[in-house]
Ligand binder design. Structure first.
Ligand code: GEK
Length: 240
């Protein structure tokens, strides 16, 4: 469904929630709002395939409709892999289940309607967090990344995609302006852009690349490599 959520003026702009309405519009919303989203998804599977080891688990944390989990599924280099797709929004998980069924992937991808903070990562060769960490409370981020590091097998990788803050005001302003132009070019009105921005203000908390790198390194990830960036959207491969 076309994303019209912020198209009419709202008296009270509530904090953004991944509810039924957002789930219905999600695929259109993410395509029109995240520069390079389809490139990210198309490449997550092929990248993951390089790290997947026999008899291990893969995790897609904050899976939404399971696009990243399905990308892994379509590029699995070996059998005996379980992909755990986790999201705490029931509407997202329900739609994810439908799409997994359509792809005949039910025996490989298992969905869990759960909060990431309550999940223990076990025997993982890949953990994806594609645009999810930014929605988690700041004080939970280290706990979750430590859980990911501990649950990865040696040679396994965490792929982390985030909207980041640039280290200097000038580049931050430039990338914000380019992101706004991207949304305008995708037919979001100025009203939609400003109302959505307000709704995300307390919900999507970005950090700098330096903050992400220092924190990942502190757990012991040996190699942290950026593989994608479009404006202020960046994806890293962190290898254990
Ligand atoms: C994709 N990865 O298409 N526990 C579980 N899920 C959560 C939590 C939490 N604490 N907080 C947020 N989420 C996807 C896109 S969207 C990004 C990820 C976006 C979930 C939330 O319900 C939503 O489905 C997802 O994280 C973030 O590759 O919409 O910009």
């Amino acid at each position: 469904m076309k994303d019209k959520i912020y198209s009419e003026p709202l008296n009270n702009i509530e904090d953004f929630k991944f509810d039924e309405n957002v789930s219905k519009a999600f695929d259109d919303m993410v395509d029109r709002s995240v520069p390079g989203y389809r490139t990210l998804i198309a490449n997550l599977g092929p990248i993951a395939a390089n790290f997947i080891q026999e008899n291990t688990n893969c995790y897609d944390l904050g899976c939404s409709h399971g696009a990243a989990a399905l990308s892994i599924f379509h590029h699995l280099p070996i059998e005996n892999i379980t992909i755990h797709a986790i999201d705490n929004a029931p509407a997202m998980v329900n739609r994810c289940d439908e799409l997994i069924k359509q792809a005949n992937a039910e025996s490989v991808i298992h969905t869990h309607n759960a909060d990431i903070i309550d999940i223990t990562i076990v025997n993982a060769s890949i953990v994806l967090m594609n645009l999810t960490l930014q929605f988690l409370p700041l004080d939970q981020r280290s706990v979750i990344l430590q859980n990911i590091f501990d649950g990865l097998v040696k040679g396994g990788a965490c792929i982390l995609t985030e909207k980041i803050i640039m280290p200097d005001e000038k580049t931050e302003a430039l990338f914000q302006q380019l992101h706004t132009s991207f949304k305008s070019a995708n037919n979001y009105s100025d009203l939609e852009i400003s109302q959505k921005r307000k709704s995300l203000e307390n919900v999507l908390i970005s950090e700098t690349l330096e903050m992400h790198t220092i924190r990942l390194r502190s757990f012991g990830f040996t190699s942290i490599v950026p593989w994608f960036q479009c404006f202020n959207f960046l994806s890293l491969i962190a290898i254990k």
